[in-house]
Design a protein. Structure first.
Length: 135
């Protein structure tokens, strides 16, 4: 199985997010009622249950909330990438996103480390948001 077969399959809620990623834009829903910025996208705000939301562009900066270094591949398609980092990044706008930290020696990783988005163009149809340390 090749890497491109493991790319996300957008649904009606997440399609605007993945379309924006293709254009190297990190977009999230913002509730029109309470202002909560959310991930993952949904038809209802998890805070106030409002159905109205707009898509806003993130500045693409945040901090590492938590991470794990994978030394054993979760799936055979990732074996050539070992070891790799899976992290939860808390974005400046509020939501947390599951992603990879790249361009950083593993011994330098730390929670609360500032990071910024970097784009992995895995195919013409898919760009994945990954994160680099801010030096």
């Amino acid at each position: 199985m090749s890497y491109d077969q493991l790319t996300p399959t957008p649904d009606a809620d997440s399609k605007p997010f993945w379309d924006a990623c293709r254009n190297h834009q990190l977009m999230f829903q913002k509730c029109a009622e309470c202002g909560d910025v959310r991930w993952p996208p949904s038809i209802l705000c998890p805070q106030c249950h409002c159905r109205d939301a707009e898509w806003i562009e993130s500045v693409g900066k945040g901090t590492v909330y938590s991470y794990a270094i994978y030394h054993q591949a979760f799936h055979p398609a990732f074996a050539a990438k070992l070891p790799y980092v899976v992290a939860i990044v808390q974005l400046d706008e509020g939501p947390m996103i599951l992603t990879n930290i790249i361009g950083c020696p593993h011994e330098s990783l730390a929670c609360e480390m500032p990071v910024q988005v970097a784009w992995d163009d895995v195919s013409e149809e898919c760009s994945l948001p990954k994160f680099l340390p801010i030096l």
